[in-house]
Design a protein around this ligand. Structure first.
Ligand code: SF4
Length: 183
């Protein structure tokens, strides 16, 4: 994949995610999982490349976001496993690889397709995000599995117990949940 500049990363991935976040259309936690200072630094980065992103302070503290965040405490080990997997495969040349790992890990805890839970406009944008921030994982998903299921399958293969109950995908009764269209 052609290397992306900071401005391209911001416009292709982070601007649409922040726009959806402002509209309450993501499952992402307050400040996208960043600290308040980290989120402000992201806003400063938008401004530095001439991009406008408006996120009201109230959005970070909306009741539904806070409730969802409180419930996540029970899934902390799962969140950490996802973060570890993503950090192990991140692209050191990307500008926001830490943020990408954070939002994907949190997005996996939602109930819709990952691209929807992140607030991206369509599934191909999520694949582009993986290709840039996590190229090794992108290449490993050569059967075009649903991204959320793909990540959990990686955890299953490393000894976790999340989605795979069958010895192989071909023998699995939930095959369609992993390989069906993600529209
Ligand atoms: S099809 Fe079955 S075995 Fe294959 S990744 Fe999905 S849950 Fe696991």
């Amino acid at each position: 994949m052609t290397a992306l500049t900071r401005a391209q990363e911001l416009s292709q991935f982070w601007q649409p995610i922040c726009h959806s976040y402002q509209q309450g259309l993501t499952v992402l936690p307050p400040f996208l999982g960043l600290s308040a200072e980290g989120f402000q630094a992201l806003c400063d980065d938008f401004a530095s490349v001439g991009l406008t992103v408006i996120v009201d302070t109230a959005q970070h503290h909306s009741p539904v976001r806070r409730l969802r965040n409180d419930l996540l405490v029970m899934r902390e080990p799962e969140l950490q496993e996802l973060l570890d997997l993503l950090h192990q495969h991140s692209n050191p040349d990307a500008h926001y690889q830490q943020l990408a790992a954070t939002v994907i890990a949190y997005g996996c805890l939602g109930s819709q397709h990952l691209w929807k839970d992140l607030g991206l406009p369509e599934r191909p944008r999520l694949s582009q995000l993986f290709a840039w921030y996590f190229p090794a994982l992108f290449q490993r998903n050569d059967r075009n599995m649903r991204w959320k299921r793909f990540l959990y399958k990686q955890l299953c293969e490393s000894g976790g117990d999340y989605v795979c109950r069958a010895p192989s995908c071909e023998q699995c009764s939930t095959y369609a949940e992993c390989f069906g269209p993600e529209s």
